[in-house]
Ligand binder design. Sequence first.
Ligand code: AMP
Length: 143
Amino acid sequence: MTVARILAEKGRTVVTVQPDRSLADAIHLLAEKGIGALVVTDAAQSVLGILSERDIMRALASLGAGAMDAPIASHMTANVTTCRRDTTIEEVMHLMTEGRFRHVPVCEEGKLAGLVSIGDAVKRRIATVEAEHQAMRDYITMA
Ligand code: AMP
């Protein structure tokens, strides 16, 4: 199964934010949307970075409450690992495990086209494994 299938089911909408907004803005957006990361984009929807709740924790631990006014650009990860629509779910899970992160933006022709979270990937992987087990059980009981 590929990333395209996940996006067909969950949609391509991604909550994005501009790099010059503050960490306080990011916290409000994360809380309002009930999510763990924001993709930082420019006006053309090119990916500039990613800011997750972990980056905010790190900023608060080092700067205290003063971190709230800091721009997102100072605390985001700029070197973002992305995937494509034809990337498999196994490949995405490998990227997450190796990179120790839980979000992978999907890009098409340099533009943001979706986001896969670890929850999306695990959900589809379990569904695939269960379908394989069921097919195996059906095959055994038919014999
Ligand atoms: P997460 O586990 O996704 O909440 O993120 C953990 C750390 O990895 C944070 O510092 C994020 O900015 C960073 N991060 C999250 N997703 C990615 C990604 N796709 N590529 C590179 N860094 C990322």
